[in-house]
Design a protein around this ligand. Structure first.
Ligand code: GLA
Length: 399
């Protein structure tokens, strides 16, 4: 049965309002933060365990100078490897790479940015530093005292506990996992400081179905990304069908960006960024910001791409069609706008056509090619573009 675009739109508005009501009833993350997908930088994808206080300060400095802060990149997130030993009272301390966490947070704040940190519900993080097990309240208090604004909470060694509890099956110990994530949420909430809560357990137990209940503002939906087209596209395109679980305050997270890390071609990085913005994914740059090329910066800072990701409607996009290696994905936006991405996952350039009527747009629709940064002509309600191998044409359609 064909439904008209007007009906489809009012249905989606009705659906949105009912989701909003349901969300109020059942979600814990009512802290009013992450109304749009969090944006910023994270140390892991480039620095891994080598990250230092100086690297974090440098990232903050660069984000101010190169316009990233003003483009919306707000969080400067330290990933794993900052942790030192606990003191006699059990409070966590930073290690020698981070001599004074409070001073670092103050510095980042002085730049008009926010700062994030990382821990695990287990006794050890993935890189074997101390985790928060048994110290959740103390750690939350410490983070708040330092002035932390974002916590990534990574399952890591807690998986061993779940495995033991579930007699070899991590997923079977699901209630315990859920409790562990809720425990840290409650500890963070008790501090009274708004701290974005990022769940990282690689998408197990369909986390998108219960992430909001344990207070998650975002949750990783997959295992780790790598700086390769194969891994990035496997993760990105596997997000089809998850759109309904995302919305203001609670987002699906297909992992941090690899744009600029050197393992993909320009076209492939455009695909990466386009797919992430269509997915309303958190945009956490993962490259060395102080050594970035103008091309990398132009991808990260593209205002249209960011506007698609950050649209206030907060609707994640989804796959509209897949014919062989050619996929069209759409994302509804506010004011009746729509983002459309034509992805060519194949090995040869291909023409791809988008039918504007099928998307609910009339003859007067206007099209902007985001990466070409120009308006394009529509003839007879259809638009055809040549899409390079592993590449994308990203469009904004307005009525
Ligand atoms: C896991 C996470 C990564 C990163 C590392 C740090 O692999 O998925 O994103 O945080 O741990 O050890």
């Amino acid at each position: 049965m064909q439904i008209t675009s007007a009906i489809r739109r009012s249905l989606s508005v009705a659906l949105l309002s009912s989701i909003a009501v349901a969300a109020t009833a059942q979600n814990l993350q009512l802290n009013g933060i992450a109304a749009t997908p969090p944006m910023g930088w994270n140390s892991w994808n480039h620095f891994f365990q080598k990250v230092t206080d100086a690297d974090v300060r440098a990232a903050a400095d660069v984000m101010v100078k190169n316009g990233m802060r003003d483009a919306g990149y707000t969080y400067v997130n330290i990933d794993d490897s900052w942790e030192g030993e606990r003191n006699a009272e059990g409070f966590i301390q930073s290690n020698s790479k981070f001599p004074d966490m409070k001073a670092l947070a103050d510095y980042v704040h002085s730049k008009g940015l926010k700062i994030g940190i990382y821990s695990s519900p287990g006794s050890r993080t993935c890189a074997k530093y101390p985790g928060s097990l048994g110290h959740e309240m103390q750690d939350a208090k410490t983070y708040a005292a330092w002035g932390i604004d974002f916590l990534k909470y990574d399952l890591c060694s807690y998986g061993d506990i779940l495995k033991a509890e579930g007699h070899g099956d991590v997923a079977a110990a699901f209630p315990l996992q859920k409790e562990a994530y809720k425990r840290m949420h409650d500890a963070l909430a008790a501090t009274g400081r708004p701290i974005v809560y990022s769940l990282c357990q690689y998408g197990m137990n369909s986390v998108w179905e219960w992430g909001p209940e344990v207070g998650g503002n975002l949750w990783r939906t997959t295992g780790d990304i790598k700086d390769t087209y194969e891994r990035m596209s496997l993760i990105g395109f596997s997000q089809a069908g998850l759109a309904k679980y995302a919305g203001p305050g609670h987002w699906n997270d297909p992992d941090m960006l690899e744009v600029g890390n050197g393992g993909m071609s320009s076209e492939e990085y455009l695909t990466h960024m386009s797919l992430w913005v269509i997915l309303a994914a958190p945009l956490l740059a993962g490259n060395d910001l102080s050594k970035m090329t103008p091309e990398t910066l132009s991808i990260l800072e593209n205002r249209d791409a960011i506007a698609i990701d950050q649209d206030v409607l907060g609707k994640q996009g989804d796959r509209l069609s897949a014919v062989g290696t050619l996929e069209i994905w759409t994302k509804p936006m506010s004011h009746g706008e729509m983002a459309v991405a034509l992805f060519n996952r194949g090995e040869l350039s291909q023409p791809m056509t988008v039918d504007l009527k099928q998307l609910g747009f009339g003859d007067s629709a206007r099209l902007r090619d985001v990466w070409a940064a120009k308006s394009v002509d529509v003839a007879g309600g259809v638009y055809t573009a040549t899409v390079p191998k592993h590449g994308v044409v990203l469009l904004r359609i307005t009525k």
